[in-house]
Design a protein around this ligand. Structure first.
Ligand code: MN
Length: 183
């Protein structure tokens, strides 16, 4: 909004305040016609929302990750409590990154990883293990099986966030390469 405001004073007499406004359309009218999502997008300049699928049966870990990602409006979190559902959601929602517990009821995280890596729909998705199995050989076995990274519980916040950023960067690079190939 344009306009000017000023004051003229005469000692012993008083002051005159003045204000000049430029006629304009009302602010609400100016915002009409903008999509409802514009404000949300403006909050994170240049960022688009990416989806993270977390396959985990432990409610405390689910809650912690939900809280951590509450500070990341650029990430939409989806959760699955067991491996079979996780695989279904990965196929139907095409998340950018998957976070996978290993000790799950029914299908283990390692078994789910193998299925996802062998499915052309999901083979490109980086899958980060997040497990209480923290022995050297557990980690080696996980990396050999095809996990993108292997994180151990309890969750270390800085390491978790950094790994997530690396995985998201990898996913974006993959998507760009794919688009470049026209695939
Ligand atoms: Mn578990």
């Amino acid at each position: 909004m344009g306009g000017e405001v000023g004051v003229e004073s005469v000692v012993g007499t008083g002051s005159v305040f003045w204000i000049e406004l430029v006629a304009t359309t009302s602010p609400s009218a100016a915002f009409e016609g903008l999509p409802a999502s514009a404000a949300v997008e403006a909050a994170v300049p240049g960022a688009r929302v990416r989806t993270l699928l977390y396959v985990e049966d432990n409610p405390a870990n689910l809650t912690l990750v939900q809280e951590l990602l509450g500070r990341r409006p650029d990430i939409r979190l989806m959760c699955a409590r067991e491996g079979t559902l996780g695989i279904q959601m990965a196929r139907s929602s095409a998340p950018e990154v998957i976070l996978m517990d290993i000790n799950l009821p029914g299908l283990s995280g390692l078994e789910a990883l193998k299925i996802l890596r062998n499915d052309p729909l999901t083979a490109h998705i980086p899958i980060v293990a997040l497990s209480a199995n923290a022995m050297e050989r557990d980690i080696r076995k996980g990396i050999e099986a095809g996990f993108f990274r292997y994180l151990t519980k309890p969750i270390k916040v800085a390491e978790f966030m950094e790994t997530l950023n690396v995985a998201l960067g990898f996913a974006e690079q993959e998507a760009r390469t794919k688009a470049h190939r026209g695939a």
